[in-house]
Design a protein around this ligand. Structure first.
Ligand SMILES: [Zn+2]
Length: 350
């Protein structure tokens, strides 16, 4: 019953969001929250952060660690915040942790098992494409990136009804037929078998995002450079924008969409409920690590990313406190109710 009520609320919210902006703390159906709850860093205290940055100046091993995180984080920032917001797709772009659990690759079948049933991905240079390591064929065969972008609203929420169907044609291997290997997000269907190509790509994209968030977190903690906090806060805010409406209901429509949910289809949020337990710790950890970076979020050096975040959020973000409220109400405080709903349910030890 509780699960149905929360899903109903999420549905109502997604409808309301598409019509008008809501205050950042208004999600759970009650009056809008006007003040952030968190007042200081508690996982990473000011004293600990100061010690860390002193050590970076003092010891080679510490500065080498800092340099390593910052070099990786700089490459991520160079991709631009728009790139990552597009990668963090809304619930309507489904997730799956196999392209096919039992049938392998849409072209070479079980040969891909020699590679762990995993495909190659290059998020930057080959967006929304996966390459089979066994037969080298690239899927999907249609221009899904254009299809996806054509269906986005101003908040980067994907609406398949709005998306341009002209992009649902095989343009990679015309000799195979006009619709062979085409994926509209619900999978490639060949000979009655469904291969969740975009589902797997999206699932991997979310894993990638968590890695990005973790790298930015350490780059900021070690260096204190605002650019890392600004970028990380924008990513965390986007996750909060989407989190309440994330619901893998589609696993009940198509059994080929699978997640780490212990065999119980439909449980989880962004990913399956087992993965969810692992990643939720990162959300709270990152919020704490970036906490002292909110002060400069509205300053000139952060303006471009801050303005982008404000424009894309379905919530009213007028101040940096609104970003904190968004992250707290729509992400951090979603943890406990979703544990009760068994949407967050880790393996033993998590
Ligand atoms: Zn293959």
């Amino acid at each position: 019953m509780k699960k149905i009520t929360v899903r109903l609320l999420a549905l109502v919210l997604s409808c309301v969001c598409s019509m008008s902006l809501l205050p950042a703390g208004m999600l759970v159906g009650s009056a809008a929250v006007k003040t952030p709850i968190k007042t200081k860093g508690t996982i990473y205290t000011e004293k600990e952060i100061a010690t860390c940055r002193t050590n970076v100046k003092k010891y080679n091993w510490a500065s080498a660690t800092k340099n390593s995180y910052c070099a990786s984080a700089d490459k991520m920032i160079a991709n631009g915040i728009d790139f990552y917001y597009l990668l963090m797709s809304s619930n309507e772009v489904w997730r799956s942790y196999y392209v096919s659990e039992t049938n392998g690759c849409p072209n070479c079948g079980l040969d891909v098992y020699d590679y762990g049933n995993k495909y190659n991905i290059d998020f930057v240079n080959k967006p929304f494409k996966i390459t089979c390591p066994a037969c080298s064929m690239v899927f999907p065969t249609n221009d899904f990136e254009s299809y996806y972008k054509s269906g986005l609203d101003e908040h980067y929420v994907f609406n398949p009804q709005k998306a341009n169907k002209q992009y649902l044609k095989n343009v990679s291997y015309p000799e195979k037929g006009e619709y062979w290997g085409v994926d509209d997000g619900t999978g490639v269907v060949i000979g009655g078998t469904r291969y969740t190509v975009i589902g797997w790509y999206t699932n991997q994209a979310w894993s990638h995002i968590y890695g990005v968030l973790n790298t930015l977190k350490f780059a900021y903690l070690y260096s204190g450079e605002q650019k890392y906090a600004t970028f990380g806060i924008a990513i965390l805010s986007r996750i909060a924008d989407l989190y309440p409406t994330m619901d893998p209901y589609y696993e009940k429509l198509y059994k080929e969409f699978v997640a780490s949910n212990g065999g119980n289809a439909g449980y989880g949020k962004i990913k399956g409920r087992i993965d969810e337990a692992v990643y939720f710790g990162l959300f709270a950890d990152a919020y704490d690590a970036f906490f002292y970076g909110f002060n400069e979020m509205a300053e000139k050096t952060s303006q471009e990313v801050y303005s982008f975040l404000q424009k894309r959020s379905p919530f009213i973000i007028k101040t940096t406190d609104d970003i904190k409220i968004n992250i707290e109400q729509n992400l951090i405080l979603q943890c406990y109710p979703n544990i009760l709903l068994r949407n967050i349910c880790g393996n033993m030890g998590y």
